[in-house]
Write a protein that binds this ligand. Structure first.
Ligand code: BTN
Length: 324
């Protein structure tokens, strides 16, 4: 544990009360000026700490921000989130930032989180709205040794991990709409954007981008967005800890990520089917502007949507948008 993390722990133990610089310096075995430098870094990263000469330092309240030390504290993973966690109050897109880091050699498990994004991206060139700091915007760098063709299963796996993390954190029933939208009562709660870079037919890196509306108030969704989007707060009238959700997501994700690299995706697909709201439903699928209607027969082991149309013809759809 770094000295800064130890210092933060001491401040947290004494939240709301002052602790002197001398006590902190003795406890950690570092100089008073080193304590003051660590305090400055903590303040800079978003912690609210009062400093009073001759009295000491006081953490005024526990932060609600998704700060790296908060995510790391109690995180039960081996790799994910154990390398760098980079936090931004505002960034264009965490996926863009993660991509830059990955190109520059950032290791597997590097996590980028932002309180808000100015140019959040969704699937198929869409915009992901995340202008206010009440949701989760995160991107994870992975370097798996799987064939590039299995990236769509990784996306399904992400949806399963996120849905199960939410179930554990909130007890709210979340369903998955193929391929990777998380819904509550038919409205979109979260989306996943997976991007990949290959070198010589092998995956160089994958970026998993997850966007989730957590404590978003209904007034933030203007116009027709109110009819199609929701948040955990809107559904439960409870403010949820974004850090808890991120930790549960990373833990669940890592468990499945290790499993699929040795045992394949069959158990993930089973879990996906359990959480899905479209199996057996009559749906329309928009495949690059072409509409195909039919009953959802199954999801293939490779993540494809298997649709039986009105003429009983079977369509295996790799990418598209399901309209319920
Ligand atoms: C979708 O439903 O179309 C996918 C939305 C993905 C949004 C997330 S927010 C964090 C990450 N950064 C981005 O720019 N996009 C993803």
């Amino acid at each position: 544990m770094s000295n800064r993390t130890k210092l933060l722990k001491e401040l947290k133990k004494n939240t709301g009360s002052f602790i002197s610089g001398e006590t902190l310096s003795n406890m950690l075995g570092i100089s008073r000026s080193a304590v003051s430098k660590h305090i400055a870094v903590l303040k800079e990263s978003g912690y609210i700490i009062d400093s009073t000469p001759k009295v000491g330092y006081r953490l005024s309240k526990t932060t609600n921000l998704m700060l790296p030390d908060e995510i790391r504290e109690g995180l039960k993973t081996r790799v994910l989130g154990q390398a760098d966690i980079i936090h931004y109050p505002l960034i264009d897109s965490t996926n863009n930032q993660a991509k830059t880091l990955a190109i520059n050699g950032a290791p597997e498990g590097t996590l980028v989180v932002a309180e808000a994004q100015s140019a959040g991206r969704g699937r198929k060139g869409r915009t992901w709205f995340s202008a206010t700091d009440d949701g989760i915007c995160l991107s994870l760098i992975l370097r798996p040794s799987i064939p590039p063709g299995e990236i769509s299963q990784i996306t399904l796996m992400t949806a399963v991990a996120a849905a199960e993390a939410l179930l554990e954190a909130t007890d709210i029933d979340v369903t998955i709409k193929w391929p990777n939208d998380l819904l509550i009562n038919g409205k979109k709660l979260a989306g996943i954007l997976t991007e990949m870079s290959m070198e010589m037919d092998a995956i160089d890196y994958i970026i998993i981008g997850l966007g989730m509306n957590v404590n978003t108030d209904i007034s933030v969704f203007n116009g027709e967005i109110q009819d199609i989007a929701t948040s955990l707060y809107i559904e439960s009238s409870i403010q949820h800890s974004r850090v808890d959700i991120i930790q549960l997501f990373l833990q669940q994700f890592e468990k499945y990520y290790l499993e699929v690299q040795t045992h394949g995706f069959s158990s993930i697909i089973k879990r996906w089917k359990k959480l899905s709201n479209i199996l057996g439903q009559y749906v329309t699928v928009d495949v690059s502007g072409k509409k195909i209607r039919g009953f959802v027969d199954d999801i293939g082991e490779d993540g494809v949507l298997i649709l039986k149309d009105d003429e009983k013809k079977i369509h295996r759809i790799l990418s598209g948008d399901v309209l319920l």
